[in-house]
Design a protein around this ligand. Sequence first.
Ligand code: GYE
Length: 306
Amino acid sequence: SASESASASPSAAGKKISLGFAQVGAESGWRTANTESIKSSAAEAGFDLKFSDAQQKQENQIKAIRSYIQQKVDVIAFSPVVESGWDTVLKEAKDAGIPVILTDRAVDSKDDSLYVTFIGSDFVEEGRRAGDWLVEQYKDASEDVNIVELQGTTGSAPANDRKAGFAEKIAANPHLKIIASQTGDFTRAKGKEVMQSFLKAHKKIDVLYAHNDDMALGAIQAIEAAGLKPGVDIKIISVDAVKDGMTAASEGKINFIVECNPLLGPQLMQAVNDVVAGKEIPKRIVTEEGTFTSEQAKEALPNRKY
Ligand code: GYE
């Protein structure tokens, strides 16, 4: 009952709050920074953190969540690899009376009582920002502009939403044509491999839109190996703004980066504290972020933390 769980509340009893966190994997620079933020802020908050890495597999994340339920942690948080297929395990957590917080990526569950809040970026807006920049760059185009797209992990919220927001904006100019779009799973290796196949299949590629920096960085290797100049022969847009991406941007190899902030740890720990204390928290907590041209990346780089 509510009164039982209140008297058993770990903060009230002076016990450490236990938090089970099921991470996506270690697929990108963004993810590394995100993991580091979560670990360090959990330590700072004095929480007992149980952390697992799902290696980008939903089944591993479901297993981790079930084990946190068994261990009766106070709160479960996770960044869902893909959007669909969570209702069963979320229901199990709810039945066990364990609150769940979504961080970074969303689920498509119809029943929003299955989680307390979702903390993270607006990925549709990120896609729109990428699209806006491109529309402006090519506003005087009199010929077709051939765009290739490297999508994030199939079925993930950032891949779905970054694709949708971008498509929405470039629809303003019929010359802006996506001629190929494929997943690179948010990794450098896959980004490189898929870009190689794009370059083989298409004679004229004007623009690459990559759903994250790591795939853009892999693609840059493929473009250079093909004897072309990234950022010049092929304009490149990416998302994240991690240090390696910002470095490539400052060298003119990436033309435009939409920022996605990975430092979600402090907001998450605050939410955990509030949930354990029985406070109401907003259902959606959106992260603030900006964009960088090559020039702006050069300026921002020296102070970039991740
Ligand atoms: O953009 C990408 C990572 O979910 C926002 O996942 C995150 C994305 C991020 O692999 O680099």
